[in-house]
Design a protein around this ligand. Structure first.
Ligand code: TMP
Length: 221
């Protein structure tokens, strides 16, 4: 990936992060509709996934019976991301689309780093290889109480390998996200996500306008 091309792409790359049940999918749909109504081309995608191979890796990673070593898990997330970035994200950004991704590299730091306790420098080194030059210009971290989030997901027909993890695991993930948001306040926007869907959407638009209004000519909905 050429540096100039990558720099071009970065301008339209938005990610959503958060613990299980924090409402990312609903908010991604609302943000996508908002941006489309302002005339932007928008691609929404998710990790792990986004490509045929990514979806196969996703099944490996999430099926509850697939017990695996944490290093295997870390490498599989990175393998799915390598496909996703090269086959879908970069090409879409280069065509001028805004790309909104449900989870990205911050998830790896939060789940494999803070959650599993894997060496952060290994995670950072893999990042440098898999996504050189690609960073979201804004990341919305939807934050809420861990138990409330997990309760929201009950009955959603979803009991994957991570949902079966302990509350303590999910608390470490949440703590990790909060540390990351403190370290990078310019990019990672902490959004309190336990309020109504409309309230959370409004906060997201306000945060987006505060960093991108000049380029995209956005106004409140
Ligand atoms: P989700 O698509 O329902 O959010 O499920 C994906 C799960 O994978 C979620 O529990 C978080 C986890 N995950 C990681 O552990 N590391 C990663 O790098 C990514 C992208 C997701």
């Amino acid at each position: 990936m050429q540096k100039a091309e990558a720099a071009l792409g970065v301008k339209g790359f938005i990610t959503f992060e958060g613990i299980e049940g924090s409402g990312k999918s609903t908010q991604i749909k609302l943000l996508s509709d908002f941006l489309k109504s302002k005339g932007r081309d928008v691609l929404t995608t998710a990790e792990p996934g986004g490509t045929d191979i990514g979806l196969k890796i996703r099944r490996l990673l999430l099926e509850p019976e697939n017990h695996m070593d944490p290093l295997t898990e870390l490498l599989l997330y990175n393998a799915a991301r390598a496909e996703h970035v090269r086959k879908l994200i970069y090409p879409s950004l280069l065509q001028g689309s805004v790309v909104i991704c449900d989870r990205f590299a911050d998830s790896t730091m939060a789940y494999q780093g803070y959650g599993r306790g894997m060496d952060m420098s290994v995670i950072t080194t893999l990042n440098d290889v898999v996504i050189p030059e690609l960073k979201p210009f804004i990341t919305f971290l939807l934050d809420m109480d861990v138990e409330a989030g997990l309760r929201r997901n009950i009955g959603a027909g979803k009991e994957d390998r991570f949902e079966l993890e302990t509350i303590e695991f999910h608390q470490r993930v949440r703590h990790g996200y909060l540390v990351m948001a403190k370290e990078e306040p310019g990019r990672i926007k902490l959004i309190e996500a336990s309020g109504s869907v409309e309230d959370v959407h409004r906060k997201i638009i306000e945060a987006l306008i505060s960093v991108q209004n000049r380029t995209w000519g956005l106004n409140t909905p």
